[in-house]
Ligand binder design. Structure first.
Ligand SMILES: *[C@@H]1O[C@H](CO)[C@@H](O)[C@H](O)[C@H]1NC(C)=O
Ligand SMILES: *[C@@H]1O[C@H](CO)[C@@H](O)[C@H](O)[C@H]1NC(C)=O
Ligand SMILES: *[C@@H]1O[C@H](CO)[C@@H](O)[C@H](O)[C@H]1NC(C)=O
Ligand SMILES: *[C@@H]1O[C@H](CO)[C@@H](O)[C@H](O)[C@H]1NC(C)=O
Ligand SMILES: *[C@@H]1O[C@H](CO)[C@@H](O)[C@H](O)[C@H]1NC(C)=O
Ligand SMILES: *[C@@H]1O[C@H](CO)[C@@H](O)[C@H](O)[C@H]1NC(C)=O
Ligand SMILES: *[C@@H]1O[C@H](CO)[C@@H](O)[C@H](O)[C@H]1NC(C)=O
Length: 921
């Protein structure tokens, strides 16, 4: 609501005065029974929730309508009508009584849910000077009749929450036609309305000479920002964020002597930002964040500058913060210059900024030490993460000025070199909601952190913490203790602290003892990662039985024994179940078929004895199936119908006792491996981002696919990686022709089986193949000459078979050494130093060690990480209305920065494997 509080008080005061004096105003214009009955008709026609209504529900016969809530009059005529936030869900159309209240000047229907088009009869309300239909649920084209309201001073159609298609459209009439006669307009708010691109500057500058507020964020505008706007000297507010301007910022903005707010974030701006604009003395807010192509640096600010909010995060700003510049901004309350390219020291003069509330200097190249912000008593967010490039500038201790920041809500000191204990006094920061101390050298907590009763994000990962399990307050939504040195048990009553927890990771420590059953009582848990610890005992039945929320259960690499409880509930919500590397025996749990959203199933390196899990064959979301190194037996694949694993990317059933023929028909349902490059990838990308879009919070899952040579954990961000490993079983018969249909396969391992017959020439269709291992079988015949087409092949092992004839003398195959071919008695060729008997061919064979590529594939592990993620709803945090926009933004940024490992872990690149760059910032 834009009407200041005091005006309301004033209005109320007038009401009381006139009541007590009993003044009766009899109007010649408006017969009072007429106005009253129109209002009551209006009330009756509207659908509203009377439980949530404060105004309409009180309108009743028998009292003076001019004093009804939301109504005020001039000379007995209704002149002001405010039905904002009345939970109205319909009932406004052209026949409505509203349009007979002809003397209305001021109409506010904001924050309702009308869910219809804007009625065209608005042109009957010719006296309107203030019209507010913002966030009122109107949809479709804005009617031409609005253009006839020539007395309008304020027009507000803005919508904050826009789904994919904007609710309101300005196509016909377009912006030009709408504004053509509205020359009195002072405030124009069309945020979230689709204005269809170009020529908005002309439309505005030629029609609206008195304009002071121009708010056109998220309007689908395109550039440039036209010089004609220069005429609008009275502009005080310019909000054009979230458009696609692809334009430079014009210097004439600095001529607007009353400019107070300039918000241009995420608008695709480029060029260099004119420094003069920063120096406009009235300017209070400037937001250029997210314009990656926009260059600039900060000027000397004048001494009396008004600037309160400065947001440059993610824009390409650089240079130094001049000591007399930032320090002059005595009113500065919010500064976010994170993810820019600022260098040099952080000026001491910043210590004079007493009004600071929000301070984010992270991800720059500052050096030197951090100033004491001890004069700023009201700080709610401090982010000093990772900005101090020089080791000398990194924090070694907790800055003392934090001690008295009793209002601090968010503190991020990650990626510094803070050593020792987390001090007691930190827990006196009782407002703290987000705390990120990850990537430091912390060893312990001086005391438990239970009295931080507002804590929602607690990230202590990648330190050297040890000792007792640090209990956290039950308010915590995100708890990250991974990569520390804890070697204790998990408290049996841990469940009492997981009341609101969505994400809980203890991975990569040395936690021992059992998994407490109390964990199962966590009502909202989505990710539980206990991997890489020394936990023993069995998997609690109740953990498997958690229904509805748990999406990731990672118990990889512990000492768990027993069986997988066969208790997956009807509404199983698991997307990842990773039990790799334990001592779990028994049978494959049949009820896993209830987990119809399963994407990653990793039971590798256990002792499970069962047949191929055909009961999963209708889980079409499955992407990774790892049964490696267990005691599975019997035939591979499922009888007809063969199931629906169209998303499957990684299948590893190596080192089991599977036998019989490999049923080729089963492979043909694996469509993700069959597409050509582009279709397959785009399909998978699409799916992946579809799930992840909202919060961008990821959970990573590392899957060991094959494991040769060195132990090397590569956690990679892959949009697509496809692999089949059937090695180390007793498969017999020949390699099915159908393998040749898996056109986007990268990795094929059928080694150490009892396969016979010839190598199918169809294998040469696998154009993306990088690694193929058919060794230790009984394959016969010749190596197909078509192998020459496998141009990406960098690992080949055909050794120990019964292959015969000459190794095709192609450039590709000549790069492999003897090890790829040895153990085939009938094989000849230069790679083996064996001259083929056929003299005409033998002449082609010349050992040429110069062509041998010295790649030691035994050393380079083919261990592949597969990354998978999903969004975590931040639930109550995001929805809490009281959080102002900047605060929400802070939360959002923090959640993104909690996961910096996303970009750091991108290790060795493989050819043609797409690395997700989304989080490179
Ligand atoms: C700026 O605001 C002042 C005070 O409201 C006003 O007198 C002046 O005319 C405005 N300047 C312009 C260019 O509109
Ligand atoms: C920082 O500057 C470097 C070159 O100096 C440039 O490559 C990089 O993109 C810049 N980063 C940002 C965030 O603008
Ligand atoms: C801190 O906030 C309080 C209450 O919001 C306010 O009264 C006080 O003046 C502020 N202090 C400073 C230094 O801005
Ligand atoms: C936090 O707890 C410690 C010990 O339990 C206590 O000494 C301290 O006063 C508490 N702090 C607050 C702000 O409640
Ligand atoms: C959390 O849940 C446990 C048991 O489920 C309960 O005893 C405790 O009071 C709850 N705590 C809060 C803060 O709600
Ligand atoms: C699904 O879960 C229910 C309840 O636990 C169980 O009775 C049923 O057998 C499960 N379904 C399958 C296919 O296992
Ligand atoms: C092949 O012969 C060359 C030269 O005689 C020798 O250096 C090489 O080690 C031999 N390779 C094999 C696999 O025997």
């Amino acid at each position: 609501m834009r009407i200041p509080l005091f005006s309301w008080l004033f209005l109320i005061l007038i009401h009381y005065v006139s009541l007590s004096v009993h003044v009766f105003v009899v109007s010649s214009q408006c017969p009072s029974d007429d106005q009253q009955s129109l209002l009551l008709q209006l009330k009756n026609s509207l659908t509203f929730d009377s439980a949530k209504s404060n105004k309409l529900k009180q309108w009743k016969n028998g009292s003076d309508y001019c004093y009804w809530e939301g109504v005020s009059c001039k000379d007995g005529c209704v002149s002001h009508l405010d039905l904002s936030s009345e939970s109205i869900s319909g009932g406004l159309d052209n026949s409505g009584a509203l349009f007979d209240l002809q003397y209305i000047e001021n109409l506010n229907l904001a924050y309702n849910n009308f869910n219809t088009q804007i009625p065209s009869k608005f042109d009957k309300l010719t006296g309107l000077s203030y019209l507010n239909l913002s966030n009122a649920g109107f949809v479709g084209q804005i009617p031409i009749e609005i253009a006839h309201l020539t007395r309008l001073v304020t027009l507000d159609f803005s919508t904050f929450y826009f789904p994919r298609t904007p609710p309101l459209q300005l196509e016909n009439p377009n912006l030009n036609v709408l504004l053509g006669n509205l020359s009195e307009l002072v405030e124009l708010h069309l945020d979230g309305v689709n204005a269809y691109g170009a020529q908005w500057c002309e439309a505005i500058s030629s029609s609206l000479p008195k304009l002071k507020v121009l708010s056109l964020s998220t309007c689908n505008l395109s550039g440039p920002i036209d010089i004609s706007l220069q005429k609008l000297r009275s502009l005080s507010v310019i909000h054009l964020e979230n458009n696609n301007l692809s334009a430079q910022v014009p210097e004439f903005f600095s001529d607007f002597t009353n400019l107070t707010s300039l918000q241009l974030s995420n608008s695709g701006l480029d060029g260099t930002f004119p420094k003069k604009i920063f120096q406009v003395p009235t300017l209070q807010t400037i937001d250029l964040s997210g314009n990656q192509q926009l260059q600039g640096s900060l000027p000397e600010f004048p001494k009396n500058a008004s600037l309160q909010s400065l947001f440059l995060n993610g824009a390409n700003f650089s240079g130094q913060l001049l000591p007399n510049s930032i320090g002059n901004l005595k009113r500065l309350s919010k500064i976010d210059i994170s993810t820019c390219n600022f260098t040099g020291p952080i000026p001491r003069s910043m210590e004079d900024l007493t009004q600071l509330v929000y301070l984010d200097l992270s991800w720059n190249k500052f050096n030197g030490s951090v100033p004491l912000f001890s004069m700023a008593k009201n700080l709610t967010l401090i982010n000093l993460s990772s900005n101090l490039l020089t080791a000398s500038g990194k924090l070694r201790t907790f800055p003392a000025f934090l001690r008295n920041q009793s209002r601090l809500v968010s503190l991020d000191l990650s990626e510094n070199q803070i050593q020792g204990e987390i001090p007691n006094w930190l827990w006196n920061l009782s407002s703290l909601s987000q705390l990120n101390l990850s990537y430091n050298f912390l060893v312990a907590l001086e005391s438990p952190l239970l009295n931080l009763t507002s804590l929602s994000v607690l990230d202590l990962h990648s330190n050297q913490l040890q000792g007792q399990f640090p209990l956290f307050p039950p308010s915590a939504i995100y708890v990250g203790y991974s990569k520390n040195n804890f070697s204790t048990g998990i408290p049996p009553n841990i469940g009492d602290f997981l009341n609101f927890t969505l994400f809980f990771s203890l991975s990569n420590n040395n936690f021992n003892g059992i998994i407490p059953e109390s964990m199962c009582s966590a009502p909202y848990l989505q990710v539980l990662d206990l991997s890489n610890n020394s936990l023993s005992g069995t998997i609690p039945q109740c953990l498997i039985g958690i229904s509805g929320t748990l999406a990731v259960l990672n118990l990889r690499r512990n000492n768990l024994s027993g069986t997988v409880p066969d208790k997956f509930p009807e509404r199983c919500s698991f997307k990842t179940l990773d039990l790799n590397g334990n001592q779990i025996g028994g049978q494959f749990p049949k009820s896993l078929a209830n987990c119809t959203m399963l994407e990653v199933l990793n039971l590798g390196n256990n002792q499970i004895a069962d047949t191929f899990p055909c009961l999963l064959k209708n889980i079409s979301t499955l992407r990774v199936l790892v049964l490696r190194s267990n005691k599975f037996y019997g035939l591979f694949g499922c009888p007809k119908p063969h199931g629906n694993w169209s998303m499957l990317q990684i299948v590893d059933i190596a080192l089991n006792n599977f036998s019989g023929e490999i049923r080729g028909k089963c492979l043909t349902t694996w469509r993700a491996m069959m597409g050509d490059d582009d279709d397959a990838m785009s399909e998978l990308n699409h799916l992946r981002f579809g799930v992840l879009k909202f919060t961008g919070v990821y959970y990573e899952d590392a899957i060991t696919v094959t494991n040769k040579g060195l132990e090397m954990e590569l956690v990679k961000i892959l949009t697509v990686f496809t692999s089949i490993d059937f090695s180390g079983n007793n498969f017999s018969g020949s390699i099915p022709e159908e393998v040749g249909q898996l056109k986007s396969l990268y990795d094929l391992n059928l080694s150490s089986n009892a396969l016979t017959g010839a190598i199918p020439t169809s294998l040469s269709n696998l154009r993306h193949l990088e690694s193929i291992d058919l060794s230790n079988n009984k394959l016969g015949g010749e190596i197909p000459a078509e192998f020459a087409k496998l141009t990406f092949l960098s690992f080949l092992n055909l050794s120990n078979n019964q292959l015969v004839g000459k190794i095709p003398s192609t450039a590709q195959l000549s790069t492999f050494s003897a090890a790829s071919f040895t153990g085939n008695k009938g094989l000849c060729g230069m790679q083996l130093n064996i001259t083929c008997n056929n003299p005409s061919e033998a002449s082609n064979v010349k050992p040429n060690s110069g062509h041998h590529r010295e790649i030691n594939w035994g050393v380079i592990s083919v261990e592949i990480g597969f990354t998978f993620g999903f969004g975590i709803a931040i639930g109550s945090l995001v929805l809490c209305k009281r959080w102002s926009k900047w605060y929400y933004k802070a939360m959002y940024n923090i959640l993104l920065k909690i996961f910096p490992q996303l970009e750091e872990r991108i290790g060795i690149h493989r050819r043609h494997v797409h690395i997700n760059q989304r989080w490179k910032r």
